[in-house]
Design a protein around this ligand. Structure first.
Ligand SMILES: [Fe+2]
Ligand SMILES: [Fe+2]
Length: 267
């Protein structure tokens, strides 16, 4: 069967997350016969942003497309790269006039793979409607691609679930990101869309969603806004492997969780 294997990596957090990609992405790609690697990088620089240098570093490790989310403009040096490189996306449903693109198409094997980055609105910024944005984008890209992968970066489970049903039969996969906690609800919806509420996080798990536990606990108790630091220990990769056929339907979705030992010398 003519299929393509797409790895979608959950939010890469700080140096520990980058070290996992640097040291183990090749091995993972061999193990799962990966053809295309998509990763959410919004937390890759210091846990709260992405810089042009770190984006280029992640591309150099073999990631084809970088997606982002609510932290994309925390470091505005990324704007130039968003405007000049279609392989790094910002959510498509930011208002008109925001720099960068929310969709790109990459050719891998004999597949034209569209990657769409959207962001939710529940307990997040009041951006444009992601459902309407997808309808518009879908009409623009459906003739140009075989496969459509959506990174739906959102807080609310309900919004992600609703979007999965909404895109069933049009997207090949709807993969949630942002919560940094992998959900165990991966499935293929009736019309052939692979779905998971959240892919999870690639970074230090001895933490509060990637951040050092003590500063997080302190901020919850005292609200004095101590600066968060990226945690260091218990590095894990969270990802999903989605296999799609030439009709753009998902034939499988597999959750991946891997634990690593990272000594400072290889990070
Ligand atoms: Fe994140
Ligand atoms: Fe986020």
């Amino acid at each position: 069967m003519n299929t393509v294997n797409i790895l979608l990596i959950g939010d890469i957090v700080g140096k520990p997350g980058r070290a996992i990609i640097k040291n183990y992405l090749n091995e993972i790609c061999k193990e799962y016969a990966v053809d295309c690697v998509i990763a959410n990088c919004e937390n890759a620089a210091g846990g709260m942003s992405i810089t042009p240098e770190i984006a280029q570093e992640l591309f150099s490790y073999g990631i084809h497309i970088l997606t982002t989310g609510n932290h994309i403009f925390n470091n505005r040096t990324i704007i130039k790269l968003l405007e000049s490189n279609n392989s790094i996306l910002r959510p498509a449903n930011f208002p008109a006039g925001v720099p960068g693109n929310g969709v790109t198409i990459i050719q891998i094997k004999n597949f034209n793979i569209a990657v769409v980055n959207l962001i939710g609105r529940i307990n997040m910024e009041p951006v444009d409607c992601p459902f309407v944005a997808f309808n518009t984008l879908y009409d623009e890209i459906k003739q140009k691609c075989d496969v459509i992968i959506v990174d739906f970066h959102a807080e609310a489970t309900s919004e992600k679930k609703a979007f999965g049903w909404f895109a069933d039969g049009r997207a090949s996969a709807v993969c949630g990101t942002h919560t940094h906690v992998q959900t165990a609800d991966e499935t293929i919806l009736p019309q052939g869309t692979a779905y998971i509420t959240d892919v999870g996080m690639t970074g230090p798990f001895d933490s509060v969603i990637g951040m050092d536990k003590e500063s997080s606990i302190h901020n919850f108790i005292y609200h004095t806004r101590i600066k968060f630091k990226v945690a260091q220990n218990d590095p894990k990769l969270n990802a999903v492997l989605v296999t799609c056929n030439s009709q753009g339907r998902a034939v499988s979705i597999t959750r991946i969780v891997k634990s690593y030992e990272l000594s400072p010398s290889i990070s």
